[in-house]
Design a protein around this ligand. Structure first.
Ligand SMILES: NC(=O)c1ccc[n+]([C@@H]2O[C@H](COP(=O)([O-])OP(=O)(O)OC[C@H]3O[C@@H](n4cnc5c(N)ncnc54)[C@H](O)[C@@H]3O)[C@@H](O)[C@H]2O)c1
Length: 440
């Protein structure tokens, strides 16, 4: 039986804590702590402050069994055996990683454990640039706790690999668990905590710095792979070739593999952009050249607005055109719009004088904060009414049921070129006859 504290109840923290109660069949208790009172109040009402499939049910299950509490008072983590730090690590203006939330959390945890005779393990789950745990977290904990690292408290770095929209499945059955630690006692406790996962998951124990790098290396690899697929798809599109057919065969090579080869409207989200930028910034600090990583970002910037140019070419102009934008979240099954390609697409459309009718099943309220001045529509079908063109930006499953009848609601003046472009494959060609894919 472990008591687990979670500092930061965002996508990672709330999922991590809920998986601990669920996976262990009720033998672990979890205390969620956040400085955001609104979030904690929402959790106390048995709700999840964001959209993540399966998470409300799991949280509810834990609450019903009295395994979960939520608090804004860090002192409630005093009895915890393990405290996970899951706070945000956004980008600074200069692309470096902003460690302010990490510093603050480390300070608060240090102060908490100061008078606690109990040995507690602090686990950094936030994505932090290599050396941050050793250079920032541990010294801050030592300073504010007045305790000895290793003998009085332990520290692990346990990078998170979950993907939003699939977070619950990823949390319950991760592809791997990395435990980075510089001492045996911390490793032993972390391994014991993850015991319920051990039979089915590859658990890697390694030093802290390597664990930090593993997370950045994963995201850099995924983003680069997508970038290459997108550039190859540009050739395909120009030559009238369906890039999906090409990449399917590319992925059959066992040295390459099939995942993450799907071209589309560019990647976004809360992780890839900031993690890549952070890695490049670290390269500059270390005085090492990383032209490939830099070009992965540049290539993605280009990719994000290609749909807009394709539509402009089709329509002749976007000025005074009314364009439906279907999908605002950075991916399906989430309401997260952080670095969503839809942001760049909307900006480009506005720059060209277009009027926008936007629809997303979950992310509208988040996008309203960024673009209060565009029109938000209640359904995909209504968003199509009388528009001149349509960009499908997110592959929400509900878009697969759209038919020619729905698209016939569009303005019918333009019939010669496709005025419907999908940025990720989702429309069903048996139901919709006149559309074009960004790369197919
Ligand atoms: N979202 C993902 O898909 C994902 C996947 C893997 C790794 N990560 C990494 O995990 C970390 C968290 O990401 P997220 O998307 O869950 O972030 P988030 O922004 O959704 O949540 C962070 C939470 O931390 C809280 N917080 C900030 N400072 C705090 C403090 N001092 N004490 C208590 N709470 C505090 C915030 O109020 C917020 O609720 C980041 O480093 C991110 O890069 C995210």
């Amino acid at each position: 039986m472990y008591k687990v504290g979670i500092v930061g109840t965002g996508y990672v923290g709330l999922t991590t804590g809920s998986c601990f109660t669920d996976k262990t069949g009720g033998s672990y208790k979890v205390v969620f702590y956040d400085t955001d009172h609104d979030k904690i109040n929402i959790i106390r009402e048995l709700k999840v402050p964001f959209h993540e499939p399966g998470l409300p049910e799991m949280l509810h299950g834990g609450m019903k069994k009295n395994l979960v509490t939520a608090t804004t008072n860090i002192k409630d983590l005093r009895e915890c055996d393990v405290i996970f730090v899951c706070v945000g690590t956004p980008s600074n203006g200069d692309s470096s990683v902003d460690l302010e939330y990490i510093r603050r959390a480390s300070k608060d945890i240090g102060t908490l454990i100061r008078t606690n005779p109990k040995y507690q393990l602090i686990v950094i789950k936030s994505t932090v640039i290599p050396c941050s745990t050793e250079d920032t977290v541990i010294p801050t904990l030592i300073k504010y706790s007045g305790k000895k690292y290793i003998s009085d408290f332990g520290v692990c770095m346990n990078p998170e690999f979950l993907t939003e929209g699939n977070a619950v499945k990823d949390g319950l059955n991760p592809s791997r668990i990395v435990i980075g630690s510089n001492d045996k006692r911390s490793t032993t406790r972390a391994l014991s905590l993850y015991e319920p996962w051990r039979s089915r998951t590859n658990i890697i124990t390694i030093d802290i710095r390597t664990a930090e790098m593993m997370k950045y290396a994963s995201n850099a690899s995924l983003a680069s792979r997508l970038g290459l697929a997108n550039e190859l798809a540009r050739y395909c599109h120009s030559l009238g070739i369906d890039s999906r057919k090409v990449m399917k065969v590319v992925g059959m090579d066992p040295r390459i593999g099939p995942e993450y080869l799907g071209a589309g409207r560019g990647w976004g989200g809360s992780c890839f952009p900031k993690d890549l930028k952070g890695l490049i910034h670290l390269g500059e600090k270390l005085d090492i050249d990383v032209p490939l990583l830099k070009s992965v970002i540049t290539s993605n910037e280009i990719q994000k607005t290609i749909m807009v140019y394709q539509l402009e070419k089709s329509l002749g102009t976007l000025n005074k055109m009314v364009i439906a934008v279907l999908g605002l979240a950075f991916k399906k099954d989430t309401d997260d719009v952080r670095y969503s390609p839809a942001i760049d697409i909307i900006k480009e459309l506005k720059k060209r004088g277009a009027t926008i009718r936007a629809y997303d099943p979950k992310a509208t309220s988040n996008m309203v904060r960024l673009f209060p001045d565009i029109e938000y529509i209640e359904s995909a079908k209504d968003a199509l009414r009388d528009v001149d063109g349509c960009l499908i930006v997110t592959d929400w499953p509900e878009f697969a049921s759209l038919t020619d009848d729905d698209f016939n609601l569009m303005h019918t003046r333009i019939t010669t070129s496709p005025n419907i472009i999908e940025g990720l494959p989702i429309l069903d060609p048996r139901k919709v006859t006149k559309f074009k894919g960004i790369s197919w």
